[in-house]
Design a protein around this ligand. Structure first.
Ligand code: ADP
Length: 774
């Protein structure tokens, strides 16, 4: 048979949806095919006791093999049938066979009386060892088998060369037809609903084609599928065979109790035989596609005449099939992966635009158009509280009004390829809104909806898949019968959209997250802008108020003093105390107003930035402070040579002055030591360290609040509690940060920068400053 004579067809696969309720019968699923009680006639079978190896059962045709009646074999030992050397070989072969493992090749044997060559396969069931003597095909010779192995090996190349997974299937059917010599080889894959479809075919011209045809799930009932997983190679040399019964020992198991699940010779179910008879098939070799223990499909090699394939050849074809399945799945995964990657790239670009944009609303408006093209959607709607953007063909508002409340009960990302089936009110819109992918953006009915229109298409069945019923007289029940005709039967499928793919779902889920981030960022930015605006208003109000209050306050203070002087000696003690209290309070208020004004200036007035030599700034600050500080011994160390930086010198001087003054003020040591220095980092970190009283960590934040003091009003020389607030304002206006580390009772270090930094401020501690451990 020349493979060039055959026609090879591969269909271009459409995306498939599981067709719900399609010709799905389960009656055959209960058929107990593995206990058929008989075998095919191209071999003989013995069931032997696992310990003594005595014969518990024998197929009726054992007479041919052993020149004796099957019944006479029962209860005999293997030594009564074989020479001692053969018994040793068999015993050796049986050792180590695991329960439930597939049949193992024990050896080849020549029948003594007729020189017929047999392959002995053995496996272990719970009932004993099953020895299967399989006749070797006529004309079998070891040499050609070895040659075939080499050819199979060579045929692997064409699998690798295929461009895509379907190409692998195509190459495999051609090679298998050539290698096996069957007239037709089809490749079928199982679909999600259990039905299967022929996706590639190589056949002799003149034979019926099954390409693209679908077969209902009931054509391979569950026991058959289980069998295909367990026994990836199944062979029927001649479908028109006469089953051979098993003879069993008296009082032991009956023939129908012998577990033949893994027996290569097991007689197949009558339904299956009739099915292939109706198809005109005499010989078959089925090679299952098992991947990760899942049955994905199978190669079906068929001939119109009897054709036997030896065990060794079958093993070679199985190895070839396993390899083909691996390559096929690897290519399929790669194809899917590439598609997914491509889509992810586009979605990421959209996501980046969304998060980077200054005008999110504009980006959102164009989102439905972009997604329609990317996701092969026929329409898209973005529903946000302040806007609705649409693209393509979309359903009317009437549907949305009822759809949105229903969607709120569904997961955040929801998809269907049959909306009307899942949500009945969508029926009138089946043409435009058949498939739906919906992502919820927020909890208040904000959605991105992608629609796919209806995709009416035809499914070709190999014959009317609804099988006729017939009366099973034994079971007294109606049973399905195999189809008599396999002529093309068209089913028009409606109410379905092209199914969404997993990678599309994942990509849109990613987009959902990016959209949520973009929306949150937008909200934060808006909030920030509002905060800044109200802060600015508040600060300018504070400035005006503190400025305008000064005048009347000064008046109150002056007139109180006049009153005090002019009434001297005329006031009672009590009246004098009252008047003094008025003066004290006015003085305090005046201080506070001044401080407030100072703070407002720190925020309101523009900075005067220029190159400043910080060493000379610090020299002035230290001189100024030293002249003010008279009490106790003070050591201010400013020995480092400070850099020249661009800053507002008055404000930076104020920062240093405040920090150094505090270091002196909040210090109970006889020698008050202050170290002023900087770290050579980017940006430069300046620090002022003292050996004073220290600050508890819980007060690190509150000491920067305006008018906040940790001590009594007059303690530690008093103060308004605004020094640090103003210092921090100065620092922030330079784009820097101010923070501290302190150990109670030992001292504090205040750090600040004068420019933007990616430095994590918390990583800068007094302890990791060289030579400064507090
Ligand atoms: P003031 O010194 O006028 O009270 P500040 O804003 O400068 O206001 O400081 C706020 C509070 O932080 C102070 O009252 C004091 O309790 C605490 N504080 C500031 N600097 C130090 C320091 N170097 N050591 C200990 N405590 C300090």
């Amino acid at each position: 048979m020349n493979s060039l004579d055959c026609s090879v067809d591969v269909i271009d696969l459409p995306l498939t949806n599981p067709i719900r309720n399609a010709f799905d019968h389960t009656e055959c699923d209960r058929e107990v095919v593995q206990f058929s009680g008989c075998i095919m006639p191209h071999g003989a079978l013995l069931l032997v006791n696992p310990e003594q190896l005595t014969i518990l059962g024998a197929s009726d045709n054992c007479g041919v093999l052993f020149e004796t009646d099957a019944l006479k074999l029962l209860n005999q030992g293997l030594d009564s049938l074989f020479d001692a050397s053969v018994v040793t070989t068999i015993t050796y072969g049986l050792a180590g066979i695991r329960l439930g493992a597939s049949p193992r090749l024990v050896g080849h044997f020549v029948c003594r009386h007729n020189r017929q060559l047999f392959t002995l396969l053995a496996h272990r069931t719970g009932q004993g060892y099953l020895l299967e003597f399989e006749k070797l095909p006529s004309g079998y010779d070891q040499q050609s088998v070895i040659q075939q192995f080499a050819e199979v090996q060579y045929a692997f190349h064409s699998l690798q060369d295929a461009h895509n997974w379907l190409g692998v299937v195509q190459a495999a059917v051609i090679e298998l037809k050539r290698l096996t010599g069957f007239e037709s080889v089809t490749a079928a894959r199982f679909l999600n609903d259990g039905s299967f479809q022929v996706i590639a075919e190589a056949r002799e011209s003149g034979l019926a084609s099954y390409l693209d045809k679908h077969f209902p799930k009931s054509d391979i009932p569950e026991p058959g599928r289980k069998q295909m997983r367990q026994m990836p190679v199944q062979h029927i040399p001649d479908n028109d065979y006469q089953p051979v019964s098993l003879r069993m020992t008296e009082g032991g198991l009956s023939a129908c109790q012998v577990d033949l699940s893994l027996a290569t010779l097991r007689s197949i179910s009558p339904m299956c035989r009739r099915f292939y008879q109706n198809m005109g098939v005499r010989a078959r070799l089925v090679l299952s596609w098992v991947y990760n223990e899942e049955l994905k499909g199978f190669f079906n090699c068929m001939a119109t005449v009897p054709l036997q394939v030896s065990y060794l050849q079958r093993m070679a074809y199985q190895a070839y099939t396993d390899m083909a399945v691996r390559v096929m799945i690897e290519k399929q995964l790669r194809q899917e992966h590439e598609l997914a990657l491509e889509l992810k790239r586009h979605i990421l670009a959209i996501g980046n635009d969304l998060t980077a944009t200054h005008c999110l609303d504009d980006e959102l408006v164009s989102l439905p158009i972009k997604l329609c093209a990317l996701m092969q959607a026929s329409g898209a709607i973005l529903l946000m509280h302040n806007q609705t953007a649409t693209a393509g063909v979309i359903p009317k508002d009437a549907l949305l009004t009822v759809l949105l409340p229903w969607l709120s009960q569904q997961p955040n990302c929801f998809m269907t390829d049959r909306l009307a089936e899942d949500f009945a009110p969508a029926k009138p819109w089946v043409e435009v809104a058949c498939g739906l992918m919906a992502i919820r953006l927020t909890d208040c009915h904000e959605y991105l909806l992608l629609f796919r229109k209806e995709w009416p298409h035809e499914v070709l069945w190999a014959g009317e898949p609804q099988k006729p019923l017939e009366m099973d007289v034994n079971a007294q029940a109606w049973r399905l019968t195999p189809r008599g005709s396999f002529d093309e039967w068209k089913q028009t499928v409606t109410g379905l959209a092209r199914p969404w793919q997993t990678h599309e779902f994942e990509a849109i889920n990613d987009l959902r997250m990016m959209l949520t981030i973009a929306l949150n960022t937008q909200q934060l930015q808006q909030l920030n802008a509002r905060n800044q605006e109200s802060n600015r208003e508040l600060e300018s109000f504070a400035y005006t108020v503190s400025h305008d209050l000064q005048e009347p306050l000064r008046g109150i203070l002056n007139f109180s003093e006049f009153l005090h002087k002019s009434l001297e000696g005329q006031l009672s003690e009590k009246q004098q105390t009252w008047l003094k209290t008025v003066m004290n309070l006015s003085t305090r208020m005046s201080h506070m107003v001044k401080t407030l004004l100072e703070y407002s200036r720190a925020t309101e007035q523009p900075l005067s930035i220029r190159s400043v030599n910080l060493s000379s700034v610090l020299q002035d600050v230290v001189e100024n402070l030293s002249s003010r500080c008279v009490e106790g011994s003070i050591d201010i160390d400013v020995s480092q040579l400070f850099p020249v930086v661009d800053c507002d010198s008055t404000r930076v001087a104020a920062i240093f002055e405040n920090l150094i003054a505090n270091g002196i003020k909040y210090n109970d040591k006889p020698l008050k030591q202050i170290k002023v220095g900087f770290l050579d980092t980017v940006p430069t970190v300046f620090f002022v360290r003292d050996n004073g009283i220290g600050i508890k960590q819980e007060h690190y934040a509150s000491i920067f609040e305006i008018f906040r003091r940790l001590h009594g009003r007059a303690d530690y020389g008093g103060g308004t509690g605004a020094g640090l607030t103003i210092a921090r304002k100065h620092v922030e206006r330079h784009g820097g940060q101010l923070w501290l580390k302190s150990i109670l009772g030992q001292g504090s270090t205040f750090f600040f920068t004068l420019g933007k930094s990616s430095t994590d401020k918390c990583s800068m501690t007094a302890n990791n400053l060289p030579g400064l451990a507090t």
